[in-house]
Design a protein around this ligand. Structure first.
Ligand SMILES: [Zn+2]
Length: 170
């Protein structure tokens, strides 16, 4: 460690902290070398170690959580990209739902039927779920396919539309 004379600022290198007072060879100033520096270094080290450990634990939690989440996810996902309103012959509006079904896995999957659920602003179901055929029968690894479906039920009262996959999500 390095110590400095408080009086003339001359620096000295020491292998260990002396138990007795030291005397400056230049100016003769005598003082007691405090051990606080070394203790502080130790505490800084412990604090850094704790921070590192908590960072590791945090990343483990994140990784485990992430894995758990992806295990729960199905290999296929369907998402709505766009909804439009279109009137039928009687002037009653129906939603036209456009979306994408995607295979997020490394394997080939048969595409399941898609189910459209409709909800009001409170999250209650508005119309009975409507099931329709997928745009393709098979999805290669990483493949996507677009779908467009016009709801049979009128759009009245519908505030939220959700698409689900018949075989993967209940
Ligand atoms: Zn000195």
């Amino acid at each position: 460690m390095k110590i400095k004379c408080d009086f003339c600022k001359t620096e000295y290198s020491l292998n260990k902290i002396p138990a007795n007072p030291v005397c400056c060879a230049i100016c003769g100033h005598t003082w007691m070398v405090k051990t606080s520096n070394k203790k502080n270094q130790f505490f800084v080290f412990v604090a850094a170690l704790c921070a590192l450990l908590s960072a590791i634990i945090f990343s483990i939690v994140v990784v485990v959580h992430y894995h758990a989440k992806s295990d729960n996810n199905s290999p296929l996902v369907a998402n709505i990209v766009k909804t439009e309103l279109a009137p039928d012959g009687n002037g009653i509006n129906h939603f036209i739902v456009s979306g994408i079904i995607e295979n997020k896995s490394d394997g080939i999957y048969g595409a399941p039927n898609l189910i459209i659920m409709t909800y009001d602003e409170k999250g209650n179901s508005v119309n009975a779920p409507e099931t329709f055929n997928p745009p393709v029968t098979l999805l290669d690894a990483g493949a996507r396919a677009g779908f467009v479906y016009t709801l049979r039920a009128p759009s009245m009262g519908v505030k939220k539309i959700v698409v689900k996959l018949e075989d993967f999500e209940k």
